[in-house]
Design a protein around this ligand. Structure first.
Ligand code: FES
Length: 181
């Protein structure tokens, strides 16, 4: 850092003894006027260097923060809306079983009872929890507040205001195809 003042304070000079000399105001040690000493200092270069250091600091901060921000904010996944979709293999839903698939913006639960596929929205109409399939009693159950639905989505009991949305499900070769009802 550049020297900008007289550093020989009276207090310090008295501690140095009687032989020390106090500089006059506006001068630097050596007796030269401050203007003479600072004549060669290039203030424009110093300002430029400050900007360069600031710029490098900003770049380092940005490259450090970018991955953190990308991690915190999940990427938005674009969903292509379709009327019909091959959601998976029939082997994934054996007799008595069920599986949840993504269909457009919804989660659809496909059940298989004796080879007949049924597809309804798996999103509970109460507060949006995912329902589970109770194969032994052939009902959907919502673990959040106990809503119960029939296999075709109608309400059995619970706080839910509406039945589950019904979709069409069919087998096409080895695949399950879901479409809007
Ligand atoms: S969210 Fe399903 S019963 Fe409340």
């Amino acid at each position: 850092m550049a020297q900008t003042g007289n550093f020989k304070s009276p207090a310090r000079m008295s501690s140095l003894g009687d032989g020390a000399e106090i500089s006059a105001a506006g001068s630097v040690p050596g007796g030269k006027p401050r203007e003479t000493v600072l004549k060669g200092v290039d203030f424009e270069r110093r300002g430029f260097l400050h900007k360069v250091v600031g710029g490098v600091g900003a770049i380092v901060a940005a490259t450090t923060l970018y991955p953190v921000v990308k991690y915190i904010i999940p990427p938005t996944k674009e969903i292509k809306m379709v009327n019909e979709l091959n959601v998976g293999k029939i082997s994934e839903v054996p007799d008595g079983g069920a599986k949840i698939f993504q269909f457009n913006e919804d989660k659809v639960i496909v059940t298989n009872v004796g080879g007949t596929l049924t597809a309804v929205s798996a999103v509970c109409t109460h507060l949006g929890c995912l329902v589970t399939w109770k194969a032994d009693i052939k009902e959907y159950f919502c673990p959040c507040h106990g809503a119960k639905y029939k296999q075709t989505g109608e309400i059995i009991s619970g706080p839910q205001p509406k039945p589950l949305k019904l979709y069409k499900a069919k087998i096409d070769g080895d695949n399950i195809v879901v479409s809007k009802a």
